[in-house]
Design a protein. Structure first.
Lengths: 194, 182
């Protein structure tokens, strides 16, 4: 079977997100592809500070327990902030879904190999206390895993191939994206309060 | 001056559980400005501040393993409508400097940082000397508003920082030296 491409993995995620879901995406091509194709008020991008997407998403998940918060992470990015899985496990947010698109490389820069093949992300996340852990290598499995990830903390390791389109635009007007995102969270709160 | 003493008072490595007046008044100011979220990496010099934050039921406190992680958690809390405070030592300020520069500043995320100022004099432990010398330069080069507490009126100083932070929406730093709370 052909390995899943980054573009198809991202497409699958956005095909099954619910209107209430929040997505936070990591540095580099992952955020740039999402920004170019699936930009929306529910998205927050982490163009710098590589590794922090899961920390940002974790705090949002804890502050908004009624909303599913999806961190779209990369393998090298997670390795940069691996302590985050312990923090997630300590606070046990059921609504936190951590998806790692693993191409075993620093795909956004030089495509050098990362060390993710040694990481056993599925085992360590399960060991520290994620409640729902899946490894997927097809778009169907990825979608099914997302659709079933409501009792977390959840972790989905999606094996993807290296390569793909690189010339996406970059999220630049970050304060505007910030206010749009904060308003999205606030509006949702109002709906909840009604 | 011995490393662990100032005016004959023991500053460091004592884990007394008693409260501290200056830390308490600082906490009151934090509350006046709406601080309702805190995270960070502990420092002995800040222990009274941290203990006040952790024991306040109106402040959501999350533990972080590294200062960078604390910056990420604070950013997420801010997006969620919280007013975050992050505590760390200045060593950690350097560890998290890219996260402040590439996440908080470009997104205009006002985080109030309470940072221990180690190594501001060359008589501190060896590992603090270089970062101590560079701390204010780092903050100046980031064009961030900060103050060093040197026994001025604490309330006025911190009020000033919060008022400016409200205007510029940028991370703002209070630097506290060892012995600040005596």
């Amino acid at each position: 079977m052909e390995p899943v491409k980054r573009k198809d993995a991202i497409k699958s995620i956005f095909e099954v997100v619910l209107p209430n879901d929040v997505t936070a995406s990591t540095t580099g091509l992952i955020s740039r592809e999402i920004f170019t194709k699936y930009d929306s008020a529910r998205n927050i991008y982490v163009p710098g500070s590589m590794g922090l997407v899961s920390s940002i998403a974790l705090a949002i998940a804890i502050c908004h327990p009624e909303k599913r918060v999806i961190a779209i992470d990369g393998d090298a990015s997670l390795l940069m902030n691996l302590g985050t899985i312990v923090t997630v496990s300590a606070y046990q947010p059921k609504n936190f879904l951590h998806i790692v698109l693993d191409n075993n490389a620093y795909g956004s820069c030089s495509e050098e190999k990362s060390l993710s093949s040694f990481a056993k992300f599925d085992k360590i996340t399960k060991d520290v206390g994620y409640k729902y852990v899946r490894i997927v290598d097809s778009v169907v499995e990825l979608k099914n895993a997302i659709l079933n990830s409501f009792s977390g903390p959840s972790f989905i390791l999606a094996k993807i191939s290296l390569g793909g389109k690189r010339d996406f635009s970059r999220p630049t007007k970050l304060p505007e994206i910030k206010y749009r995102f904060m308003n999205f969270l606030k509006e949702q709160d109002k709906i909840k309060d009604k | 001056m011995k490393i662990n003493c100032l005016n004959g008072k023991r500053l460091f490595n004592s884990l007394d559980k008693t409260g501290n007046k200056k830390a308490d008044s600082l906490h009151k100011i934090f509350k006046e400005f709406g601080i309702d979220f805190s995270t960070g990496v502990p420092c002995g010099v800040l222990r009274h501040i941290i203990s006040n934050l952790k024991s306040d039921p109106t402040v959501l406190h999350l533990s972080a393993n590294r200062e960078s992680e604390a910056i990420g958690l604070a950013a997420g809390a801010y997006f969620s409508g919280k007013k975050p405070l992050v505590y760390m030592q200045n060593s950690g300020l350097f560890a998290a400097s890219n996260d402040i520069a590439s996440l908080l500043i470009p997104y205009t995320i006002p985080v109030f940082l309470v940072v221990t100022y180690r190594g501001h004099k060359e008589d501190d432990a060896a590992q603090h000397i270089v970062t101590g010398r560079a701390t204010e330069n780092l903050l100046k080069s980031f064009k961030l508003n900060f103050s060093v507490y040197e026994n001025q009126n604490l309330k006025e100083l911190v009020n000033g920082l919060f008022v400016k932070m409200k205007k510029n929406n940028l991370p703002t730093i209070l630097l506290l030296k060892r012995g600040w709370n005596l």
